[in-house]
Write a protein that binds this ligand. Structure first.
Ligand SMILES: [Zn+2]
Length: 165
């Protein structure tokens, strides 16, 4: 019980995979994102600013880009109103470093505030953070359909920085 409580209080925990430090992530958008929505998604990624990792929009695409350090944003349909965004990654089994990744955003998510918030959360996963039951951008099932979750806190950034020491 005490251990569980400690976990709840200590903020986001770290998982296994993440982008390598000093990676310049190449961002692609599949159909279904307006210019404003693309800008909001990029703000969500760039908000972290840890490990020398940068996110740059390269262009548009139809399929998931399987190039090294590429990240594709796609639209999808979620069966659950509680899981409106999802991060998928491909990494070599023995290494934690991500080769390429994709974020699927539910197509009903139109609000730029919600897109920014959800992409910030999914980007946190790509920096090695797990969902938590805490007041954090990494809190699980926060926000809702077109309702943003919490903003990035200094605690979130500190947790992500811990993965890049
Ligand atoms: Zn999550």
């Amino acid at each position: 019980m005490i251990i569980l409580l400690a976990l709840l209080l200590s903020g986001p925990q770290s998982g296994f995979f993440r982008w390598h430090s000093d990676t310049s992530v190449q961002v692609y958008f599949a159909p279904g994102f307006s210019t404003e929505q693309q800008a909001a998604a990029l703000r969500g990624m760039q908000a972290w600013n840890v490990g020398g990792i940068t996110f740059t929009r390269v262009g548009e695409t139809i399929d998931i880009q399987k190039c090294k350090n590429c990240l594709t944003l796609q639209r999808g349909t979620s069966s659950s109103k509680k899981e409106l965004a999802h991060l998928g990654v491909w990494h070599l089994v023995e290494y934690e470093w991500i080769e390429y990744a994709w974020i699927i955003l539910d197509e009903r998510t139109r609000s730029v505030e919600a897109i920014e918030s959800f992409v910030t959360h999914e980007t946190g996963h790509s920096l090695g953070l797990l969902d938590c039951d805490c007041k954090s951008v990494m809190g699980r099932f926060t926000g809702g359909l077109n309702k943003p979750g919490p903003l990035l806190t200094s605690g979130d950034r500190k947790a992500a920085m811990g993965n890049y020491r």
